[in-house]
Design a protein around this ligand. Structure first.
Ligand SMILES: [Zn+2]
Length: 147
């Protein structure tokens, strides 16, 4: 059985990030469908099911891969402003802040003393203002324009 599935999927695209996004979207429409009866919602669900079945089965691997890359580009554009917020929630020992001049993300240490502090961006020399900073070495996390 397992071997048959593997043989069937050979040369086919398989799942990717866009596939998982379609699945999540489908389940969201299912939940909405519990409360709202709509023909448009049903149409969206059918379209999503078609995509969920068709894309992984497709043998046009390059086309599907292109779709996924386009999706990931859009996803990155949407989630980019929230990346530092997510990092700040996860990492309790540092503050992640973007330099407004060169758009570099800086990892700044948290000081025990509260107050407005200034740090110098190691990349462009711009002054970054933030709260609770101890004088320590500043790390560069991401940098767009390399020198
Ligand atoms: Zn900078």
């Amino acid at each position: 059985m397992d071997e048959r599935i593997r043989k069937f999927m050979y040369g086919r695209y398989g799942s990717d990030e866009l596939y998982r996004f379609h699945l999540i979207l489908y389940f969201i429409t299912l939940i909405i469908g519990l409360f709202v009866k709509s023909k448009i919602l049903l149409l969206i669900q059918l379209l999503l099911i078609a995509l969920i079945i068709y894309r992984p089965m497709s043998k046009k691997i390059y086309k599907r891969s292109d779709e996924n890359v386009r999706f990931l580009n859009i996803k990155t554009k949407i989630t980019k402003p929230f990346i530092n917020i997510k990092k700040n929630i996860k990492d309790k020992d540092h503050i992640y802040k973007r330099c407004h001049k060169c758009k570099t993300t800086l990892k700044l240490p948290i000081s025990l003393k509260r107050g407005i502090k200034h740090a110098k961006c190691p990349h462009c020399g711009n002054r970054v203002t933030l709260f609770t900073l101890k004088k320590e070495k500043i790390e560069i996390i991401t940098s767009k324009n390399k020198k």
